[in-house]
Design a protein around this ligand. Structure first.
Ligand SMILES: [Zn+2]
Length: 324
């Protein structure tokens, strides 16, 4: 039997082609470059396998988005517009294609896991996705990569009980909006308190609606919160929630902008925290979700710490196997 690499990293050099126009926009191609360079130079490299992404099909995009938005997006790119709806959502000639490539990474990862051709998946892609709404872009995001993956896992493989864990510094309003009525899926987000932070959603009182009531767990942290506060909510709130719900699979919205050096949030995480998060997520995957874990990159904008933060997260994902 051929032994599988411990982690399959799904990425694509074409993700560098999404041009946010310069002018100080923080969501730049160099984000991916620093991450990939760090992983390629890492002692973890022998345990990683790099695989190219694939374009998400239209039918998959429509699991989370309205067709009107797909047309509007394509039209804006074809007309050579510089942004859609807000200056945050900068677009270039390749953006429509690249966004489908970013959304396709999670789907490819799920297919590999379900076929027994991978053990754990990490998608290193851009643009990010967790702010994108059903019918519009939001906060650098065009397609909701994690939400599309969640729906795909449910639809194609019948894994109805999908749990999403989002540790980006910002609340994933788009994921919550997509899942909050679903009684079988969970959305758990640890983020800077919405009174102080973009996008202004993610209060603890938002717990889901209708049949989905009780499936959303928002855990806002005060500005300045660091590793201890983060780890305490993981231990005291997230673990019991997962234990109670026993999901079929885990999706992770992996954002690194809570780092103390990243000025996109007021949170104060250390680089080493991301190792702890990776280790915890991987062990929960084994305990509660049959080992099925797919992580998808969201934010993280401070280039001087982003590569190392992601490397720490990857080390955490591999910690149980490598005894590190
Ligand atoms: Zn963020």
């Amino acid at each position: 039997m051929i032994s599988l690499p411990l982690l399959t990293v799904i990425t694509d050099f074409d993700c560098l082609k999404h041009d946010t126009g310069g002018g100080g926009h923080p969501e730049v191609p160099a984000r991916l470059e620093v991450i990939l360079k760090c992983l390629e130079e890492s002692p973890l490299l022998p345990h990683l396998k790099f695989v190219a992404s694939r374009l998400a099909r239209r039918a998959s995009l429509l699991l989370a988005h309205e067709e009107d938005w797909l047309f509007r997006f394509e039209e804006a790119v074809l007309f050579g517009k510089s942004h859609i709806d807000h200056l945050d959502n900068q677009i270039g000639y390749h953006t429509y294609q690249v966004a489908a490539l970013a959304a396709g990474a999670g789907l490819k990862g799920i297919d590999l896991l379900e076929a027994g051709d991978a053990r754990q998946i990490f998608c290193v892609i851009r643009p990010p996705g967790h702010h994108a709404e059903k019918g519009k872009p939001f906060g650098f995001c065009f397609y909701n990569n994690v939400l599309i993956a969640a729906r795909y896992w449910q639809e194609k493989y019948g894994r109805r009980r999908v749990a999403v864990i989002d540790f980006d510094a910002h609340h994933g309003n788009g994921i919550q909006a997509g899942l909050e009525r679903d009684p079988k899926s969970l959305y758990i987000s640890i983020h800077e308190h919405p009174s102080f932070s973009y996008p202004g959603t993610g209060f603890a009182e938002e717990i889901g609606t209708g049949l989905g009531k009780g499936t959303i767990l928002n855990l806002p942290l005060s500005p300045g919160a660091g590793d201890d506060q983060f780890l305490a909510v993981m231990r005291e709130r997230v673990e019991p929630f997962l234990e109670e719900w026993r999901p079929d699979c885990l999706l992770v919205a992996a954002g690194f902008d809570g780092h103390r050096a990243d000025d996109m949030s007021g949170l104060g995480y250390s680089t080493a925290l991301f190792y702890q998060i990776g280790k915890q997520v991987s062990s929960w995957g084994k305990r509660f979700a049959g080992g099925r874990v797919v992580s998808i990159l969201e934010g993280g904008y401070e280039l001087s710490v982003l590569g190392e933060s992601v490397e720490q997260y990857v080390a955490g994902l591999l910690a149980c196997e490598l005894d590190i």
